[in-house]
Design a protein around this ligand. Sequence first.
Ligand code: FRU
Length: 495
Amino acid sequence: MEWSREMRYRQMENVSKEEWKQLNDQVSSCPWRQTYHVQPPTGLLNDPNGFAYYNGEYHLFYQWFPLGPIHGLKHWYHTSSIDLVNWKDRGTAIFPDTDLDSHGAYSGSGIVHEDKLYLFYTGNSRDASWNRHSYQCLAVMDKNGSIMKQEQAVIPGPPDGYTEHFRDPKVWEENGSYFMVIGAQRKNKTGAALLYTSTDMLDWKFRNEINTSYNTFGYMWECPDYFELQNNGILIFSPQGIEAEGDNFRNIYQSGYLLGHKLNKETGEFSHEEFAELDFGFDFYAPQTSVTPDGRRILVGWMGLPDLSYPTDKHMWAHCLTLPRELTIHNNKLLQKPAEELRLLRQSKKTTSLLLDNQMLPLYTWEDSAYELDVRIEGIEAGMAGISFCAGETEKTMFYYDADRQKLVLDRSLSGEPASPEFGTTRSVPYDEKNVNIRMFVDTSSVEIFINKGEAVFTSRLFPSPDSKGIQLFSHIGEAAFYITKWSLKSINKE
Ligand code: FRU
């Protein structure tokens, strides 16, 4: 389907009832609808936005184009939850209906202020010659969920030296002052993050560029997020234009972090370690963090990437959000583990332990399409030891330890309908131990795999045929002991 400019920038109110019905029918006939991930009712979801705890609930918004699987006129869609697990659809929150956001209410963040939820976002607009203008805007939500936009932009354009690629404000408070980081592009076409400050959330002053040692690292930094954890400063961002390098940077665009000393908020100085990727799977981008009332730092990402097509496109929808993950720091690295609350999804439980010696063993009675699987593999003496899942007669997805190459590998070459195979069909991280703990969350069309205490994560969409639900364990050339627990997971999405 060709999407003309008019179709991409159509206002929702001009869509007839019949069209909506047709769109809904196309979506609901899709075999890859998720059961416990946040997904769009129709159309395309991208970045998580405005993630905040307010008025006794978590509020999590996302970028949304309602009318199809493309990046058209973006809205903010609203979901809320009391437990980070059961999400309620709350409908469209921010409509692109003013001069400032006429071509999209782009990404941003939420912060509680004076008993209201302040939503900072980028108003994306195009002029008659299709030149982009970016405004940082404010919309304020009250306890009833009604949202009022502020008429004027809080920041009317980029400072000198930067292009109109200036977006995705993330705001935080520290000792009564407010700070904002914004993704930017320098006039020399390199990416950066800019720091702004305010005393009242309305009047924002450009302080400085965040001064990292990455001066020429891609052409644009999207969705920056700065926070402090265990006395360190962490800057997360999604740089575009980074070349693949061995096992690293294999996706079309990257998402990662700089961990260092706390940012100097007067000067923008930030001393840090090397850029590290947040995720090693095929589909992860533009994450955003928030803090729980009990002080945990939680990250949610977009399980998808820009500028790629996906097998759900033909069903008129695309993408979902990742599960929430708790961040901690250990040995100068961010660890990510599934949020505690995800235990609320657990239903029936099965366990088994097996010693495999150059064997493949199907677990026939374990077939399901939404489950959590904890696999501990111990004493690996095999050349390869791992697990196949979403397996059918000809399909399977594999995750295994490869002793010769000393790597953990996710292989989706036989996963079902291919998704962007031009970016490769395997992802790996270096690994050299005889034991490994693999915690996987499988949904109808995705897997999130957490290694050991969260030192590596692989997030990926998978598009198997509906009857490919098998689970198999294998060890090639040698022994490995498997200790497995599986929980079926309940559905939170009512389709
Ligand atoms: C990242 C991004 C953001 C932008 C939004 C538009 O995926 O490109 O930089 O605000 O998506 O939907």
